[in-house]
Design a protein around this ligand. Structure first.
Ligand SMILES: Cc1cc2nc3c(=O)[nH]c(=O)nc-3n(C[C@H](O)[C@H](O)[C@H](O)COP(=O)(O)O)c2cc1C
Length: 430
């Protein structure tokens, strides 16, 4: 299901709201690569890891580390990826795999692939108008796009820039409950169909790379990073013409300091500490459930009992996630937590696996262990940082190609054909 034929392709101006805050170095940075050069470079990316390398070349170190990094010793960050190695695939032969169907219904939306774009804050800091770029790529590919509360582009701006796609809105618990309700109303009015409530960020995890890099949005000019910035003219030129801030906190009436208000250098940790509410309980989750008319997903669960509780509240999807290893370190890898959650949910809600997916074979493993679909964060951010919409499209294309190839060789022409019997533990037990 390709949505690009239906798309208008209309360019959307970046949402004006604050003073430009990253100054271009002098002399003016070189122009961004031409679409052809960019396209050729993206075509040389054959795996998500290649896009990560391209992103590392274009982004300043502090910005790359913000995407790439995790909490404390980054054990969970590593485990999320490496835990997929604990499973091997067991192919079957003699099955007609001449045609394959990779489509999957995710909360009632027929997606062309069993994947979605995870909510990620600050995308507009990585590529000009990054949220719209990501949402457009998702719409073209026919997969859901989830906009973060902490986006640079606002709810309305992204809906206008990618009107065709399947849009979800991700909400955090804010101290200002009226503002939270206002965000819900704005998301509904802008036709975001699904609400994704993230519940694993009572406070921000201790992300030491960001502390060491003194990461803020915008980047604070420092002598020690001037050379690094000077080597990133493409990114610098884009950031210089962007209006940076937390777009959803800038529309009428919200009282906040720092980047939320559109001035100053704000770390994400400061933003979270000043605005987010660590007191939220299941009662508050139930209230949000009641307030949102459409389907709702709860993101950031690992414990089966929490998943069961979410289902009891009438939540339609649980997202098994440790926030990409960015919150509490040393918690289970998402793929390890998945079977317990799937068992507790027992088909009463959809289960989405979030964290560490880098390959089509990872998607197969997640589906075999009970997931309806997978949610990917960094793979799309690396694509975005390497090449905007085209870069995200390339990331989707890579996952699609890998998944299709693996399904063919596994003997599973449809996603429904993938079962637990297609997996074996790598070490012993079979
Ligand atoms: C740079 C970055 C920003 C993120 N911002 C948010 C956010 O605003 N809201 C949220 O629910 N999760 C956020 N996440 C977590 C992702 O939604 C997702 O859980 C995680 O990236 C999945 O792991 P993966 O990157 O290995 O795919 C963010 C992740 C990254 C890398």
């Amino acid at each position: 299901m390709e949505a690009d034929e239906r798309r208008t392709g209309r360019a959307v101006a970046h949402r004006p709201s604050t003073e430009p805050t990253v100054q271009p170095s002098r002399p003016a940075p070189a122009a961004a690569p031409t679409p052809t050069r960019l396209g050729a470079r993206l075509q040389r990316a054959h795996a998500i890891a290649d896009l990560r390398r391209q992103a590392a070349r274009r982004l300043p170190k502090a910005v790359f580390d913000f995407i790439d990094g995790g909490a404390e010793d980054e054990r969970t960050l590593r485990d999320n990826v490496e835990a997929f190695d604990d499973w091997m695939l067991m192919p079957r032969v003699g099955i007609d795999v001449a045609t394959r169907d990779l489509s999957r219904s995710i909360l009632g939306y027929r997606a062309s692939l069993p994947i979605m774009m995870a909510p990620t804050g600050l995308a507009g800091f990585f590529w000009p108008d990054g949220e719209v770029a990501g949402a457009q790529a998702a719409a073209r590919a026919g997969i859901p796009y989830c906009l973060s509360t902490n986006s640079v582009g606002s709810i309305e701006h992204v809906a206008e820039g990618a009107p065709e796609g399947e849009r979800w809105f991700q909400l955090y618990f804010l101290r200002d409950r009226e503002w939270m309700q206002a965000l819900l109303r704005r998301a509904a009015a802008a036709r975001y169909r699904v609400l994704c409530l993230t519940v694993d960020l009572a406070v921000q995890g201790r992300r030491e790379r960001d502390l060491r890099n003194a990461f803020t949005m915008p980047l604070k000019p420092r002598l020690s990073t001037a050379l690094d910035l000077a080597r990133r003219p493409g990114w610098l030129a884009g950031a210089a013409r962007s209006r940076l801030g937390f777009g959803n906190f800038q529309a009428g009436g919200f009282q906040a300091g720092g980047a939320a208000a559109g001035h100053g250098f704000t770390s994400v940790a400061q933003h979270v500490a000043s605005l987010f509410d660590p007191s939220a309980s299941w009662d508050d989750i139930a209230r949000i459930r009641d307030a949102w008319r459409g389907p709702m997903a709860l993101k950031g669960l690992l414990h089966p009992a929490d998943a069961a509780r979410a289902v009891a509240l009438g939540i339609e999807a649980v997202i098994v996630s440790n926030h990409g290893g960015r919150q509490l370190d040393d918690v289970p890898a998402a793929i390890h937590a998945l079977p317990g959650v799937a068992e507790a949910v027992a088909g009463r809600a959809e289960v989405i696996l979030d964290g560490g997916v880098r390959r089509g074979t990872d998607v197969i493993k997640a589906l075999a262990l009970g997931a309806t679909a997978c949610s990917l964060g960094r793979p799309f951010l690396w694509g975005l940082s390497a090449g905007g919409t085209a870069g995200v499209s390339r990331a989707i294309e890579i996952v699609r190609g890998e998944l299709d190839n693996a399904m063919t060789l596994l003997g599973t022409p449809t996603l429904e054909a993938i079962t637990r019997d297609h997996l074996r533990p790598r070490r012993g037990g079979w």
